[in-house]
Each structure stands twice: as C-alpha cells, then as structure tokens.
Design a protein around this ligand. Structure first.
Ligand SMILES: [Zn+2]
Length: 341
C-alpha cells in the first residue's frame, strides 16, 4: 500500500489507543534499513512508522553533502515507492528536531509537502517532531503553536516533548534530573495551548524517566504511572476528548511489563533506534569474524568476492533488523492489527 494519508494515519492512532497497542517508530538511515522495517512490519501484518532523525537525514544525503532535509526526502521518496509493494500502511515521520535545527529539517520538509499538495500530490511526510524540551515550557509551546497552526493546514501531525528524555542520541544529550519526569501541570499547559487550535492533531512525548540508548538492567528508573497522572489530570480538566496520544522515547532495553503499562496509559507510538541498530550490526559482526579471510586479503591471498560484496552482509543486517521489528510489534501488542484490507 502507499504511505498512509492523514485520514488513515488518524485512524491508525485511534485504533491503537482504543486497542491499547502501539506502533513501533523505527529510525532508518538508508534504503536497506528502510526496507528492513517494511519487511518486519509486513511480516507482522502490522502498520507502523518509519522515522528519520536530523543525523540520519544528513547521513542519507551523503558525507559530502550532509543536508538533513535532502536525505530525509530521499528516504521518504523511496518509502513512498517501495511501500506500494507491501500489504500494510506506513506513516513517515521525522524524529527530534531542536529549535535551532527547524530551518534545516522540519521547515524545508513542510515546504516540500506544501509544494506537493499545491500540485495535487500526496504529503511527503505524515508527521514531524519539534523537540523544545531544552527550552522553558512557554518558549517550547510558543514555537509548537506556530508550527501546529501551519501543520493543521497541511494535514500534518506534530509531535512535541514536555520533560526531557535523558541519555544521548544523535549527539544531543538530555539533561538529567527532575525534568526526566513530566508533571501533570506541564501537560495541562500543553493541552491548554495546543487544544485551542481547532482541527489540529498532535502527539505528546511525555517523559517518565526514559533515557535514549541502552543501559544495564537497573540503571534506568521508568515510572509509567507518571503517564497516568498526566492523562487523569488532562481528562479531569478538559474532558475525555482531551486525552493525549503519547509517545514512548528511549524505549530500547525496557522491560515488557513497563512497556505494557505505558500502552495501558495511552502510548500509541514507541520509538526504537538503539535496539534496531544493534540488531542490524550483530550478524554483520558475526559474518566478518567467521569470514575474516574472505572479507580481508590475508597473506597475499585475494579474499572472497562473495564474502566482501556489501550486499552479502547488508542482507544479513536487513533480515535481522526485520526480525527485531517483528519482535517490537509483538511486544507492542500490534501483530495482525493492520488496517489494510
Ligand atoms: Zn527520542
């Protein structure tokens, strides 16, 4: 199927919230990793989200160009074409974009979508994240409001973050401390500002101790109950329809019961990067170690072309990453839930 349109994406999110499941949103940086996600989702009969980060976009554009918007567009164009061969729906999203990078990623991509719409073509992306978590909440929401007004006119969904995801991703390190846990007061302010824009739709990355990257057991203290406190507060103040569609960042390495508790409180999108990075690289490492005299020219020998052809080992990475995507879908209770008929 082609990439989901706005109506289908909204329906995907509704169904997930009502059915207490979530979509994996997997970071990709290349055609091969995008194909791995398509393969894994199709193998699970689940819809899902492919996302590109600022660094991923820059990487995909090539090391001498390093244009994050160009790389994101290239990946999205590929997904639009390739997704037609799979019996599932895909949504395209861009990940963390801090205020100082909006002009390099989100704004050029919104402009691209506006050009496409003006020409009668479908949107390029379905949603974009603005990460203003390093700013005071008022500044964060001032920018979010401006973006959401423009997004609403273009059938785009905005993801914002209140609180801070700890750890390091794409060279950006989240500050530790109390902001690792979003407060009900913060989320009431989010709802007050953003729900005022009629017809607009957004996702909220509320933080409950999440950390990017992966750590040894016990190092990360997740408190999913924080999400319930935020939902209860917003429903109490603004009614049931104000319930948030939540996003779980920094989910790599989480315990299954923590994931399920978060789904019960309204998480509909869970980001995965670190775990799928490892899944991709693991069999490649195995291949290199077990075929070292094929991938290398040892002792005056010529190596083995079949062993060092990048297709050989990238196919191993693709297959293993697809399996990891299937596992994520299963853990997120999404197996067999595709809306595609
Ligand atoms: Zn994140």
């Amino acid at each position: 199927m082609p990439v989901a349109d706005y109506k289908i994406y909204c329906e995907m999110l509704e169904r997930a919230r009502k059915g207490r499941y979530a979509y994996p949103a997997i970071n990709v940086t290349s055609l091969t990793t995008a194909n791995a996600v398509l393969k894994g989702l199709a193998g699970s009969k689940s819809d899902g989200i492919i996302q590109v980060s600022t660094g991923g976009g820059a990487f995909a554009s090539g090391s001498s160009v390093k244009d994050m918007a160009l790389g994101a567009i290239s990946i999205a164009e590929h997904v639009h074409r390739a997704a037609e061969r799979y019996p599932i729906y895909i949504a395209l999203h861009t990940d963390h974009c801090q205020a100082d990078k909006l002009d390099k990623l989100v704004i050029p991509l919104v402009e691209e979508t506006e050009r496409r719409r003006a020409a009668g073509r479908p949107n390029l992306f379905n949603s974009h994240m603005f990460d203003g978590s390093a700013l005071p909440l008022k500044e964060n929401l001032d920018i979010a409001v401006t973006l959401l007004e423009r997004f609403q006119k273009n059938d785009l969904i905005l993801e914002i973050e209140a609180g801070v995801v700890g750890g390091e991703e794409d060279g950006v390190t989240g500050e530790a401390g109390a902001k690792l846990y979003t407060t009900p007061e913060d989320t009431l302010e989010v709802a007050r500002r953003l729900n005022a824009i009629s017809g607009a739709r957004y996702l909220l990355a509320a933080t409950f101790g999440n950390v990017h990257g992966v750590y040894k057991p016990g190092a990360v203290k997740l408190r999913p109950a924080v999400l319930k406190e935020c939902q209860d507060a917003v429903i109490g103040r603004f009614g049931q329809s104000a319930q948030f569609d939540l996003v779980f960042h920094g989910g790599s390495g989480s315990e299954l019961h923590e994931i399920h508790e978060a789904l019960d409180y309204g998480v509909v999108k869970m980001n995965l990067d670190t775990d799928t990075q490892y899944a991709f690289t693991r069999p490649i490492a195995g291949h290199m170690f077990s075929h070292y005299d094929g991938v290398l020219k040892v002792d005056g020998e010529v190596g083995d072309k079949k062993a060092y052809d990048p297709r050989t080992w990238m196919a191993l990475g693709e297959a293993a990453m697809a399996e990891r995507v299937k596992r994520a879908v299963s853990e997120l209770r999404g197996t067999g839930t595709t809306l595609f008929k």
